[in-house]
Design a protein around this ligand. Structure first.
Ligand SMILES: [Zn+2]
Length: 225
C-alpha cells in the first residue's frame, strides 16, 4: 500500500531501471569503445551470470526473446521494451495484491490509479497530518478494530459510544456519536454514510480537514481513555 500510495515502484525495480537507463545511455552514444558497452557485449557472448539473470527477468516478464542478438539497435529497443513491461507488471501486481486484501478492505475502494496521492506531495501539510491521513486510508490507525486478530475472540466494539459497532475507521469517520462535534466542525456534517466516508478518504478535496478531524478525535480519545 505504501508503494501504491506514493506511486513508486519497488527498490528492486527502481535500481534495475537505473541500471538499464545507464546502459541505454551508453548504447545511444553509439560508441563501441565504451568499457560498459564492451562488458555488456562480452556478457551476451559468454552468457555469464549477468546475462543469465537478465534473460531470467525477461522470461518472467513474458519477453523471452529479448537480448538475443548482438545488435546495438536491438539493445536499445529491448531495454525500453523490458522497462515498460516491468513497470506495468509491477503496477498490476500491486493492484492485484490490494484487490485480494482481506483485512484492509477500504483501500481497494479508494485507490484507483498509480499516481502519488496529492496530500503526500503537499509540502505545506504538516507531517503528523500526513501520517494520520495515510493511517486512515490504509486502516492502520491506533484503534480497536483489527480483523486479523479475529480468531482470538478479541472484542472490537467501540467503547466511546457502546453502540455495538466496531471501533473502525469508518465508524469513527461516519457514525460514532462521541465525535459528532468534531465531525460537524471539520467535515461539515454530524454523520456520513459508508459511501460518503469513502469519498472523504479518497482525499480528492479537503484532506486537510480530514487530518484536522482525525487529530482532534485522537486527542479526545486519549483524554477519555
Ligand atoms: Zn463509537
Amino acid at each position: 500500500m505504501l508503494l501504491l500510495e506514493c506511486g513508486r515502484h519497488s527498490i528492486f525495480l527502481t535500481g534495475f531501471k537505473l541500471h538499464l537507463k545507464y546502459l541505454l545511455q551508453v548504447f545511444k552514444q553509439n560508441n563501441k569503445n565504451r568499457y560498459t558497452f564492451n562488458c555488456f557485449e562480452h556478457s551476451i557472448r559468454e552468457k555469464n551470470s549477468f546475462y543469465t539473470n537478465l534473460i531470467n527477468i525477461c522470461k518472467e516478464a513474458g519477453l523471452p526473446t529479448l537480448f538475443k542478438t548482438l545488435s546495438l539497435k536491438e539493445y536499445i529497443k529491448d531495454s525500453e521494451t523490458l522497462l515498460l513491461r516491468l513497470h506495468e507488471q509491477e503496477k498490476q501486481l500491486l493492484f492485484a495484491a490490494v484487490s485480494k486484501a482481506q483485512f484492509h478492505t477500504i483501500y481497494k475502494e479508494i485507490k484507483s490509479d498509480f499516481l502519488m496521492e496529492d496530500y503526500l506531495g503537499d509540502i505545506q501539510l504538516p507531517f503528523d497530518y500526513m501520517k494520520l491521513i495515510f493511517a486512515a486510508r490504509t486502516e492502520m490507525l491506533p484503534i480497536k478494530y483489527k480483523p486479523w486478530l479475529k480468531g482470538s475472540n478479541i472484542d472490537f466494539m467501540c467503547t466511546f459510544c457502546y453502540s455495538g459497532e466496531s471501533d473502525s475507521v469508518i465508524h469513527i469517520l461516519c457514525s460514532c456519536i462521541s465525535f459528532i462535534a468534531e465531525r460537524k466542525q471539520f467535515l461539515g456534517q454530524n454523520f456520513f454514510n459508508h459511501y460518503e466516508g469513502l469519498t472523504i478518504l479518497k482525499c480528492h478535496t479537503n484532506y486537510v480537514n480530514l487530518a484536522k478531524f482525525l487529530k482532534e478525535v485522537f486527542k479526545v480519545r486519549k483524554v477519555t481513555k
